[in-house]
Design a protein around this ligand. Structure first.
Ligand SMILES: [Zn+2]
Length: 275
């Protein structure tokens, strides 16, 4: 459950806060309860405000009084028309809204009013919890910084220059995250080494993924003619059917060819080499 004080702050319903476009209303006191409608799913916040009219001191008659009530209702609706996401102490997100207010005059002159309304908090399962968000952030930050094992390096990075980044060297060409100093980085070696650096781990991850995809396609019995379906281009048809597909690391248009990062292009190139 969002705490009542967080709920109140989300809508800026604090003592001394103003309502109305001309700030003609001032909140003098706030009382906010909380009720469990359904544990961890739905809560209500019955709210009582006393509000002072600040744009004049002249007493009004009964007609003016009902006009002011309407104006205060409108000002409250404006202040609460947007929904807010408020997090519980455990970091769970709740969508917070207010129902329509009821206004009663406290004094006969139309200066002091009591406003009651019910706030509602409904758990949003589609929004990640704060813990999940922090987790994702940390993952993104640490992305690509894991060291590559010797076995992976021998198998996948034979034709790559591998080194440690000694300064903050721009962005990884593969994952597009910043490369932090101390990260293991790699780029294609030899004549095709015109690409930029990637995290070594990102290259290995990509090559492994491509290998898996190939194995999947082979076991699906799908041939090798490329279709142009963009980055996820799959093979179909029979351009080189019957020929055993070489492993990416050994193929002519292997990792170095992939280093330009456009998989659709690489797919076509590889098929051409196969023919
Ligand atoms: Zn990367």
């Amino acid at each position: 459950m969002p705490s009542p004080s967080d709920f109140r702050r989300a809508f800026n319903l604090s003592e001394g806060a103003h309502l109305g476009l001309q700030k003609q209303w001032e909140i003098e006191s706030v009382h906010m309860g909380h009720e469990v409608v359904q544990q961890n799913e739905r809560y209500e916040f019955p709210t009582t405000l006393t509000v002072q009219f600040r744009a004049g001191t002249k007493a009004v008659g009964s007609k003016g009084l009902s006009q002011r009530k309407q104006q205060l209702e409108k000002a409250f609706n404006q202040a609460t028309q947007l929904e807010h996401i408020v997090y519980s102490a455990y970091g769970s997100p709740y969508e917070c809204t207010y129902g329509p207010p009821q206004v009663a005059g406290i004094d006969a002159g139309g200066r002091s009013f009591k406003l009651t309304a019910v706030g509602m908090a409904v758990r949003r399962r589609d929004i990640p919890t704060l813990a999940a968000q922090v987790d994702a952030e940390q993952k993104a930050k640490g992305h690509g910084q894991e060291a590559v094992s010797a076995a992976d390096r021998a198998q996948y990075l034979r034709r790559y220059r591998v080194t440690k980044s000694r300064w903050s060297s721009g962005r990884c060409e593969t994952c597009h995250q910043a490369i932090a100093p101390g990260s293991q980085i790699a780029k294609a070696d030899g004549e095709e080494a015109r690409g930029h650096w990637s995290h070594a781990a990102c290259i290995v991850r990509r090559l492994k993924g491509e290998e898996q995809q190939q194995q999947q396609q082979q076991s699906d019995g799908i041939g090798e003619e490329p279709t142009q379906r963009g980055p996820q281009a799959r093979f179909s048809g029979s351009a080189a059917s019957g020929r055993k597909r070489s492993r990416f690391a050994d193929s002519k248009a292997g990792p170095a060819g992939v280093a330009d990062g456009v998989r659709g292009v690489v797919t076509r190139r590889r098929a051409a080499a196969a023919q």
